[in-house]
Design a protein around this ligand. Sequence first.
Ligand code: SF4
Length: 173
Amino acid sequence: MFRIIKKSLKTGVVTGRHPDGNAPHEPVSQQAIEKAKPFRRSLTIREVDTGSCNACEMEMNALANPVYDVERFGVHIAASPRHADALVVTGPVTVNMERALKDVYKATADPKIVIALGDCAIHCGLFKGSYAVTGPVERHIPVDVRIPGCPPRPAEILAVLAELRQERSPSDK
Ligand code: SF4
């Protein structure tokens, strides 16, 4: 135990931001903001992993912890696409998940928002060119919002959700 702690202290921090990690976020389009109008006070998300490394999911899951507490902004996570207003898709679309993604998209009631979360969902990221990958999310279903990063941090995801829903302070409501 002490040996491991000593080794970790000696090694220090070995992770860091990706060189493109400081790229400015693409602003949320006016079209997506209009589409999200019915969800300004309540937005239910269904998360779909089409082949990610799971780091994007971990950041997404962190939104529900007591630090970020996304529920206080009226954002809920659903277990079924039938209860969802938005799909958050992570990872490149693998051969095995292509059909499932299309089925989930069909099962989600209109109007719906599709959010591509992470570089893999946007342009296949690290998995580009893999024999198991059929392409980015927008090759299969229409994408309204893109959140780049590998993975994007929970605070960045929250900022985009706030921008999408044009959140105002309680005094403006
Ligand atoms: S964008 Fe990065 S963190 Fe997210 S699934 Fe791809 S490799 Fe993993």
